[in-house]
Design a binder for this molecule. Structure first.
Ligand SMILES: CC(=O)SCCNC(=O)CCNC(=O)[C@H](O)C(C)(C)COP(=O)(O)OP(=O)(O)OC[C@H]1O[C@@H](n2cnc3c(N)ncnc32)[C@H](O)[C@@H]1OP(=O)(O)O
Length: 333
């Protein structure tokens, strides 16, 4: 059973803000029921953004509840420091993907106030920060090689203002997730910039973004797809961002850059595709670095209170050698 807009004059029901895997569900369902909601925007395609009445078994009319909105996450001072380090690396004409969380949002707000121009959008989630960048004149989508002139997304989550923007907007293309998240499509655009949050990063450069030990926090989402896609894009860069520390549930300060993950922590990005990692203490590029160079780079952006113990751990792990030097660890914040 799927929520859709009322049927249009061509006999099609539009999926509104969530295209994602609706077509795949229909292809596999024994019975297809559409629940009409007149509050849904009509999100033009794209690809697979609607179902024809010939594929529908039942139509249900309901009270047309307002659709779910999500307030933009609060941007902190740490978010701003991290965002500044990322925005410095973006060039005009880049194609942007922002992940979920407050840090990617801070990047959007900073881009809106930057000198960048002619940016493009190919993303999984469309959020209010894209609207902010568009209204500031930063997004034209003209430099994209694929879907030139269009915002490409698979679902939108944000304010009613965002939903009004995408409603019947031919400049926006709603596509199923197998299109937006395909490696080939992401990397078809040059200069892809992918910005996503993480829970923790280990000294090998592996990124964990889904669980903390056995505590499941979230899902994989499009993080792997976009980080890998950016890696394959000519001029592309992927950024994993996180605050250097977190206060745990006992009130203790913990480093989010750790020697190794706790058992149960899920590796979202293998070290082979982790490109840039950014905290409020700096930005490091891990691409092409050796194991001990990665450890050194990551320790250089850890919170200063944890650097000594991270160096000791790296020595124990045999990824700290004569080439590494405490003197090279700089404090950027
Ligand atoms: C929809 C899409 O897929 S867009 C494409 C990208 N997709 C992804 O990146 C998917 C995976 N990523 C995510 O879901 C998010 O980016 C996250 C969860 C990693 C970060 O999002 P944020 O909103 O910044 O998370 P936040 O800092 O509030 O942390 C979320 C929870 O994890 C906990 N947490 C974060 N880091 C740690 C840590 N190192 N140890 C223990 N717990 C932690 C926080 O305490 C918080 O717990 P709470 O929900 O009980 O308050």
């Amino acid at each position: 059973m799927l929520q859709t807009t009322p049927m249009d004059i061509h006999g099609r029901f539009n999926f509104g803000i969530a295209n994602s895997f609706q077509r795949a569900i229909i292809n596999n369902a024994k019975t297809v029921i559409v629940e009409i909601n007149t509050s849904l925007p009509t999100c033009l395609g794209g690809m697979n953004e609607s179902v024809h009445i010939s594929d529908v078994d039942y139509v249900v009319e309901t009270d047309n509840e307002p659709i779910m909105t999500m307030a933009s996450p609060m941007i902190t001072g740490v978010d701003r420091k991290v965002a500044r380090l990322i925005v410095e690396e973006i060039r005009s004409g880049a194609c942007i993907q922002l992940g979920i969380g407050s840090l990617p949002n801070a990047v959007g707000a900073m881009i809106a106030q930057s000198d960048l121009t002619d940016l493009g959008v190919h993303t999984e989630m469309l959020a209010d920060s894209y609207l902010e960048m568009f209204e500031a004149g930063k997004i034209t989508n003209h430099k994209k090689a694929l879907d030139t002139g269009k915002f490409v997304y698979t679902f939108a989550l944000g304010s009613q203002r965002l939903y009004d923007f995408i409603d019947n907007n031919p400049g926006c293309a709603s596509c199923s997730v197998d299109y937006t998240n395909s490696l080939r499509n992401i990397s078809a655009n040059d200069n892809v910039i992918s910005i996503n949050n993480a829970i923790e990063v280990d000294l090998y450069g592996q990124v964990s973004s889904e669980s903390a030990g056995y505590r499941q926090i979230t899902g994989t989402g499009g993080q792997f797809d976009f980080a890998y896609g950016a890696y394959h894009s000519k001029g592309g860069k992927s950024f994993i961002c996180l605050s250097s520390t977190i206060i745990d549930n006992t009130g203790k300060l913990q480093s989010r850059i750790r020697p190794v993950f706790d058992p149960g922590s899920i590796v979202t990005l293998p070290r082979t595709i982790t490109h840039y990692v950014v905290t409020e203490y700096g930005r490091v590029c891990l691409k092409g670095k050796s194991t001990w160079e990665r450890a050194e780079a990551l320790i250089s952006i850890a919170h200063p209170a944890f650097r000594d113990e991270l160096i000791k751990a790296a020595e124990h792990m045999k990824i700290w050698n004569k080439g590494n030097s405490e003197n090279k660890i700089c404090t950027a914040a």
